[in-house]
Structures are given as C-alpha cells and as structure tokens.
Ligand binder design. Structure first.
Ligand code: SF4
Length: 227
C-alpha cells in the first residue's frame, strides 16, 4: 500500500475523531437551586457524550446531605432510567450501604460524568471509561452539586471519581479508606467502585472485596459524623 496515502488516511481519521469527540468545560448556571441546576444539566452539550446517551443522569438525594457518593458515570440501566445507581452495581451498593448502617435516602448519589459512554457490541451497549477530556468537561457539574449540597464527606468510588477530585496521579489502591482533603471538597474518602465487586473472579474474592467495601463505608459514616 502507498505509505503516504496510509499516513493521510490515519491523519484524516484522527482529525475526524478529534472533531467528533469535542469536549469543553460545561457551564452550569450560577444558582443555589438544585432543581434549576438539574434542569440545566438536561440540555448540556459541552462534550460529545450527550449524542450517544438517552439522557443526562444527574445526581439525586437531599440537599444538605451529610454524605455524597460519587461514582464514574451512568451505566446502561441508569441511562434508560435517568437515575444514578439503579443497575446491578447500584444494587450491590445499596446492600453494602444498608450493612454499613447508611440510609441511602439520606445520602446524595451522583457521578463524575453525567452521560453514559458506551460502544456497541452486537445488540449490547458496552461501558467505556470516560477519558480525561470528558471528565474535565463534566467536572463543573460536580463542583456545582458540591456547592449546593455541601456534604461533610465525599465518598469517591473508583478511579474516575477519585481522579476527578484529586487529579490524575491519585491511586485508590494507595489511599483507599483514608480521609483526605482536596480543593473540591474538604473531606474525601476514596474506595472502589461497586461495579468492581461484580467483576471479581470467584465467590471468595467477591465476598472479601465486598466486606472491604462495607468497611470503607462504615469508616465514611464515622468520618461524616453520623455514627
Ligand atoms: S458528559 Fe457532562 S459535560 Fe458531557 S455533555 Fe454530558 S453533562 Fe455535559
């Protein structure tokens, strides 16, 4: 094959990808009204992810909740329902919250990225991890939620949530379970994303990791001053 022609084809493909996968910082309205914020987020087109998703999945929970749980992004179920953490990972999270003594109706639950990123595989929509540009584009929505809810403690679940709050060098494996401080929130505890419990290779490791997750949530409850 003609090498120059191949280079041009790759260049054109990359150019097309860059143009299609645009991402600029979202601009939430300056408001103290959670409802107004949520309404505005429905129309966000700051990055290309809105195009493939059914709807914006904004956070949910009481304004003034002492604890805010932050995940990565909505999954297939959440995208259809328009609610965070209602799929399999949400169910295991609910079970762990209950076991840790945390009432889910009293915590605010949201994601670092508000639209579902996926790729087709047959008839299925397979989760794709959001990249740093998409995370940065969506971050103003999380900042706005934090400004309004003002939780005493944020639980960052998984690498995407933790890196949104602490930056790309943050490693959950190193800092898991510690109460740390960041510019975004004064008190943050990082743990794994509940979906990681579903990916464990066998029942024994799933049980072990589930117990660790519950233990992190208990530590969060204590740190939020709820126990
Ligand atoms: S993912 Fe976030 S920044 Fe991108 S369009 Fe959706 S709400 Fe806006």
């Amino acid at each position: 094959m003609n090498t120059n022609r191949t280079r041009v084809a790759i260049h054109n493909r990359n150019m097309r990808t860059d143009a299609e996968e645009f991402a600029r910082p979202a601009q939430p309205p300056d408001t103290t009204s959670w409802s107004a914020l949520r309404e505005a987020a429905k129309d966000c087109e700051a990055c290309h992810l809105y195009k493939g998703a059914t709807q914006t999945v904004f956070g949910e929970g009481p304004k003034g909740a002492t604890m805010m749980l932050v995940g990565e992004q909505p999954g297939d179920y959440e995208d259809v329902a328009g609610k965070p953490f209602v799929g399999p990972a949400g169910k295991i999270m609910d079970q762990a919250l209950e076991e840790a003594g945390i009432d889910r109706t009293k915590v605010y639950v949201t994601n670092a990225v508000k639209h579902f990123k996926w790729e087709p595989r047959g008839k299925r929509r397979i989760h794709q991890k959001p990249n740093s540009r998409e995370i940065a584009a969506c971050r103003p929505w999380l900042e706005a939620e934090l400004r309004i809810v003002k939780p005493k403690l944020v639980v960052a679940m998984g690498a995407t949530a933790a890196q949104t709050i602490f930056g790309p060098a943050f490693r959950v494996t190193r800092e898991r379970g510690k109460v740390l401080s960041s510019k975004l929130a004064p008190r943050v505890l990082a743990t794994v994303h509940p979906s990681s419990l579903l990916r464990q290779p066998d029942e024994a490791s799933r049980e072990r990791e589930y117990k660790r997750f519950v233990s992190d949530l208990r530590a969060a409850l204590y740190a939020a001053g709820e126990e």
